[in-house]
Design a protein around this ligand. Structure first.
Ligand SMILES: [Zn+2]
Length: 351
């Protein structure tokens, strides 16, 4: 087993980090109608069926369904505070050091559906967004009081999926950042979904504007399409690439990542569960190719690990390290990179 105190989980989404037991508790406590059947609240095993992928089940759709189901519990600010705290506490049982990421755009959209509220004007939207962001930050801070020895942070995700395909309203969220000085509550930015539609140009102005407040940028790329996704992402000068497996196909790209010191946040279990058709292009998951890479000067690519969506996959960060070890990856090197990356993120926050 890997020593728990040495582990860092540096790619973990909040919406897929809430244990079924906590969702079941929330369903009772907040009387969540969408989590009821025949007039009674679903029990923990029924909730597990919704938010954990079946054993052997694979693909983007069954995975994303687990996230959609978990978001049904976001019915009030009290529920959001509670569920956020639960996600942080669960991660805290796995490791002392982690970074959580959340996708407020998608969460706000689902919250409006769950509550039947309307937020069509800028003022209404900002009001709802403020309530949700405040509740999340409070939930995180409650977890901090319970786990004073732990170190963790929350990253702000700018998300787009095939089912939720717009970045509109992001301007309003950035305004809120400006007005409410949220920047100390978040470690950086995470961009999701560039590979879904590939329209990089549409998101660039938002990222540039947002980055004035949250300079550390991670971008999901090289996951569902080939090296081009990473080349596109590199134009935005990111600090990290989420997944990045496609780099293993392209020595020029590996050279570029190594020489620019850009981190790859690798999540091998997630890849095996969500994108098996992409992984089929490789003999085995290419994590080892990435950790073994050295350019002519001996420079390596910085690699860290993450659980991505631990509840959906029934995964812990210790198991993810075991999976990486089984792939032949250099775990000592990964830990070294993770320590460096984590301190960089947290120090920047404190500065
Ligand atoms: Zn991710």
């Amino acid at each position: 087993m890997v020593e728990a105190t040495e582990l860092f989980d540096l790619h973990r989404h909040l919406e897929a980090s809430i244990p079924p037991l906590d969702i079941a508790r929330a369903a009772q406590r907040f009387d969540i109608q969408a989590l009821k059947k025949d007039g009674r609240t679903l029990n923990v095993s029924e909730i597990s069926d919704l938010v954990v992928m079946q054993l052997g089940e694979k693909g983007w759709d069954p995975f994303y369904d687990t996230v959609v189901q978990a978001r049904k519990a976001f019915v009030s600010t009290d529920a959001i505070r509670y569920l956020t705290m639960a996600a942080f506490l669960q991660a805290g049982t796995e490791t002392k050091y982690f970074e959580m990421r959340v996708s407020p755009l998608s969460l706000i959209k689902d919250y409006l559906t769950n509550t039947g509220r309307k937020a069509e004007t800028e003022t209404e939207y900002k009001l709802v967004a403020t309530e949700i962001l405040n509740a999340m930050v409070e939930g995180m801070n409650m977890a901090r009081q319970i786990l004073p020895e732990h170190e963790f942070g929350l990253r702000f995700g700018i998300s787009r999926t095939p089912r939720d395909n717009s970045f509109q309203k992001l301007d309003w969220l950035i305004d809120l950042f400006e007005q409410l000085n949220y920047k100390d509550n978040f470690t950086g930015l995470d961009v999701l979904g560039l590979e879904v539609e590939g329209d990089l140009k549409a998101v660039v102005p938002y990222i540039k504007r947002f980055r004035a407040y949250l300079p550390d940028l991670a971008i999901h790329a090289g996951e569902s399409i080939g090296p081009k996704g990473i080349y596109d992402a590199l134009e935005l000068n990111p600090n990290a690439i989420g997944h990045g497996i496609a780099a293993a196909k392209d020595p020029m790209l590996m050279h570029e990542l190594a020489s620019r010191g850009i981190y790859i946040e690798n999540c091998p279990t997630s890849n095996a569960r969500v994108i098996p058709h992409i992984l089929a292009e490789y003999e085995q998951h290419p994590l080892r190719t990435l950790t073994d890479y050295r350019d002519s000067d001996g420079k390596r690519i910085k690699i860290v690990l993450g659980t991505d969506d631990p509840v959906s996959f029934g995964l812990t960060i210790a198991q993810e390290h075991e999976a990486a070890r089984a792939l032949g990856a250099d775990i000592g090197y990964i830990k070294e990179c993770a320590r460096e990356r984590f301190h960089h993120i947290m120090d920047k926050r404190a500065a």
